[in-house]
Design a binder for this molecule. Structure first.
Ligand code: ZN
Ligand code: ZN
Length: 484
């Protein structure tokens, strides 16, 4: 450890890592540069925005059997929100980065690669790229501004620093290519992780987070909509994107003060089977519906997706369709999938066959989400199936995500949520199923019309056969509707 005096205020500034080239004085925020033997002040660093991360300078943990301490942090803002990159110093003096974005964590270490790497401009989420010894799928590409920093950092960073990064995945591996310093990217190799896996110590507790940011983390909390004043429940720090259920205003709740991103558009209020705040008892613990959105495909078939959260288990999606209910989880371990054109995806040795390829558009959203959602957002969805289980790739210009879903019996949903379930079994309520039936009926009339025209001129007993056939086709959906 090296301790220097802050050239601006004289306070001691510590350099625990040999890799650090600068440190932010914790007293006066001067950026102290350590080059060779001299130390100079290169201006003030903006203070970090108080967020709800439990990590702080001094937090310790383990990764790959080695102990680490958090010694620095940069905070970045991009179009989808804010995230932190924490600079880790391991006990063996090596360093790494801990990415901390809406409660999702990754640990990456800088590595040297000799092969050609893609240009930032050429990276398309969903495409495969050879990086180091493996082929990786581009998962996300973003340009972000550094908005603040703390502690020791391994490169010079300050106001105006812009990060240009692309993330890639292959199975459980996660890598980042960082183009911030030029055409040739810096390669960071790593994995996804959790607070539990890192066995973190000296985390900020709820009281400390409350004191600094004004809210509790991990509890369903509330704030008043800055647009209309109604109370909105959300999870500070975890769900930073809100859509006011009363006025549909889109809000950014990443800081203690919620900001209005866009005023609400006039959309008809949608009554969902599960309302925001509905609580399920699953394996003895409470899981709460914090967000709901209605999406539709190219044929305007609609379904509803509920974002369900538990403090320890995190998020899952409950999806209500005309074909029944499904439970979906976002995957950290990615399937092997060659390209957007390939017909199968393999996960854990199981092959899933492509079943659907369609566009999904958000028609309605309300509540809290862990990414920015807006009515009109459109993604391409590719669904792959094996038996009851399906994998879905959701692809946009900026991002690719994978999820796995399995059916959930309606009785199970009712057992979880009890009286909070408004409505009956999906077959009886589905807008989509009803749509399909009315389409079927319209089609029958069309067939009848088309076939009956010649019959009007050439009447014989084939009409009876046709009528019987049409009755057989037509009757089941009609009966179905009458049972509603
Ligand atoms: Zn100072
Ligand atoms: Zn509102």
């Amino acid at each position: 450890m090296q301790t220097v005096s802050c050239p601006s205020c004289g306070a001691p500034v510590q350099f625990r890592s040999h890799a650090a080239v600068m440190a932010v004085c914790e007293f006066c925020r001067a950026t102290v540069l350590k080059d060779a033997d001299s130390v100079k002040d290169i201006g003030k660093m903006s203070s970090v925005l108080e967020d709800y991360s439990p990590i702080q300078i001094g937090t310790s943990g383990v990764a790959g059997q080695r102990g680490f301490t958090v010694v620095g942090r940069i905070q970045l803002r991009y179009s989808q929100g804010i995230w932190n990159e924490w600079f880790l110093l391991f006990d063996d003096a090596s360093t790494a980065w801990l990415g901390d974005s809406s409660g999702l964590f990754t640990i990456t270490t800088e590595r040297t690669v000799t092969n050609a790497l893609p240009r930032f401009e050429d990276i398309v989420p969903g495409h495969l790229y050879p990086i180091a010894e493996a082929r990786f799928t581009a998962s996300e590409k973003r340009v972000a501004d550094c908005i603040g920093g703390q502690g020791e950092l391994p490169f010079k960073v300050g106001p105006g620093y812009q990060a240009r990064v692309a993330d890639f995945r292959s199975g459980a591996r996660f890598v980042t290519l960082d183009y911030s310093d030029g055409e040739r990217p810096v390669f960071y190799d790593g994995v996804s992780t959790t607070l539990g896996q890192m066995k973190c110590q000296l985390l900020r507790d709820d009281e400390q987070i409350k004191a600094s940011a004004g809210k509790y983390r991990g509890k369903v909390d509330a704030l008043d909509c800055p647009s209309c004043g109604s109370a909105i429940k959300f999870l500070p720090g975890v769900t930073t994107s809100l859509v006011c259920p009363a006025c549909a205003a889109r809000l950014d709740a990443s800081g203690p003060e919620a900001q209005v991103l866009a005023a609400g558009e006039k959309v008809a209020r949608v009554r969902t089977t599960l309302e925001l705040g509905a609580v399920a008892k699953i394996s003895g613990s409470d899981h709460t519906v914090i967000g709901a959105m209605v999406r539709a495909d190219d044929e305007n078939t609609e379904w509803t997706e509920y974002l369900v959260y538990n403090t320890r288990a995190g998020f899952f999606w409950l999806v209500e369709t005309a074909d029944g209910w499904f439970r979906a989880n976002v995957l950290d371990n990615w399937p092997n999938w060659q390209s957007t054109g390939s017909n199968d995806a393999t996960l854990d040795g199981v092959i899933y066959r492509k079943k659907y390829d369609y566009a999904a558009r958000v028609k309605f959203a309300a509540g809290a989400f862990n990414w920015r959602v807006a009515v009109g957002d459109q993604v391409r969805v590719l669904e792959f199936e094996n038996g009851n289980t399906s994998l879905a790739a959701e692809l946009s210009d900026a991002e690719l995500t994978w999820s796995r879903s399995t059916p959930v019996a309606f009785d199970q949903v009712r057992a979880w949520f009890g009286a909070a379930v408004k409505g009956s079994a999906p077959a009886a309520k589905g807008g989509a199923e009803k749509g399909r039936n009315s389409t079927a009926i319209k089609f029958m009339w069309w067939v009848l019309g088309l076939n009956a025209i010649p019959l009007l001129f050439n009447f014989d007993d084939t009409l009876l056969v046709l009528a019987a056939a049409l009755f057989a086709l037509f009757y089941p959906p009609a009966m179905f509707r009458n049972n509603d």
